[in-house]
Ligand binder design. Structure first.
Ligand code: EPU
Length: 346
């Protein structure tokens, strides 16, 4: 190992600015990873022996309920480039530590459309495949080519394609069998040259129409601008109000359960899935239970989007989890629907 491969261990590291809820907790040790080789050096350091590990990118999909008694790997790998192109697509690679939104902007400014619907999603490129980020009619897996990851047990560098990542709705191999086993170091996206605008999502279509794009096919830049405007209007900026985006997944129920629910709640928002099951809008269910804008201590349900739980200032992870529990209880009691948390709770 060369001198530069060793990364500095910092004991008692404050994590407040490394989790978008802004919880004031500490890590027993933290290590900033700026080069891939530093990863295994950190993991194999005797001080880390036997300790649990946590990989943090932007910390936008995690609820830290207390101090972390282990090693936090702060993935700060940087770099982005077009790796190749063929007749059909450009292949663009970005290192795991790149902020997602900056990367989306960079692709557009280089004339590479395809990620515009995913503008302004908080977090890093490396975190994007873990929960298969999605918004306004596009999921990351539709633009995914492959990723590079380091297996922590062996130090092996692996390249995984979409099949291996087993993407689902806000889900992947890395949230299940692969959990805590790999650190993603870079992701390669496939951006088709035959670009088609994806502008059907209701909020997005409304915003585009308001901006004068009702008739003409909108450009990727127009979609990007509209997505940014919709998100700014609806979703709180973690820099001003701590949150982790949607706190719950939209639940999917059997068609029969949906039919029974619809009798009682004719206005229920729903999306029929290819397999016949029905996805419900968790935000609508929570809103309907009267939770929108309500607080429990310093944790609250956001006033403009009930799917987002926020830290009003000084909340602990435990307070947010208590609020989440109360919300789930009410949704279960009223609709018989179980809500599942989207972020990883530690
Ligand atoms: N709704 C309400 N009240 C609310 C919130 C929503 O009635 O408080 C209704 C809306 O009127 C709409 C429906 O519920 O009819 C769906 O709401 P919206 O379009 O805002 O989307 P969502 O289902 O709440 C999902 C994603 C978001 C993503 C948007 C846009 C999940 C868990 N969330 O939210 O993703 O930005 O669609 O595509 O799938 C995230 O994952 O962190 C995230 C923000």
């Amino acid at each position: 190992m060369s001198q530069s491969d060793s990364a500095a261990f910092i004991a008692g590291y404050p994590l407040k600015s490394h989790n978008t809820f802004g919880f004031d907790v500490r890590a027993q040790f933290a290590c900033r990873i700026e080069r891939e080789a530093q990863l295994m050096a950190a993991v194999r350091d005797p001080r880390a022996a036997g300790l649990p590990r946590l990989v943090l990118g932007g910390g936008s999909n995690v609820v830290l309920t207390g101090d972390f008694a282990g090693l936090v790997l702060l993935v700060a790998l940087q770099g982005r480039r077009v790796v190749r192109e063929d007749d059909h697509a450009w292949y663009v690679e970005a290192a795991a530590g790149e902020p997602w939104h900056d990367f989306v902007e960079w692709t557009l400014s280089h004339g590479l459309p395809g990620l515009e619907n995913l503008a302004l999603i908080p977090g890093t490129v490396g975190a994007a495949p873990i929960q298969n980020i999605g918004a306004y009619g596009v999921e990351m897996c539709e633009r995914f080519a492959s990723l590079r990851a380091v297996e922590l047990e062996t130090g092996a560098v692996v390249e995984l394609d979409a099949d291996a990542c087993r993407f689902g709705y806000r889900d992947s191999f890395f949230k299940r069998e692969g959990r805590d086993r790999f650190v993603i170091t870079s992701v390669t996206f496939r951006l088709p040259k035959l670009w088609q605008p994806r502008a059907g999502y209701a909020d997005l279509a409304r915003e585009l129409a308001a901006g004068g794009h009702a008739d003409a096919a909108p450009s990727a830049r127009a979609i990007f601008d509209a997505v940014v405007a919709v998100r700014r209007a609806k979703l709180p900026d973690p820099l001003h109000l701590g949150n982790a985006g949607s706190f719950f997944k939209n639940p999917v129920v059997e068609a029969a359960q949906f039919e029974a629910l619809r009798v009682k709640e004719p206005e229920m928002v729903s999306y029929v899935q290819p397999d016949g099951r029905v996805k419900l809008a968790a935000g609508w269910l929570i809103d309907r239970c009267g939770w929108k804008g309500r607080a429990m201590g310093a944790a609250a349900v956001h006033e403009r989007q009930a799917l987002v739980l926020v830290n009003l200032g000084g909340a602990s992870g435990a307070e947010v989890l208590a609020l989440a529990k109360a919300v789930r209880r009410d949704v279960r009691a009223r609709f018989g629907v179980e809500l599942e948390a989207e972020p990883v709770c530690l």
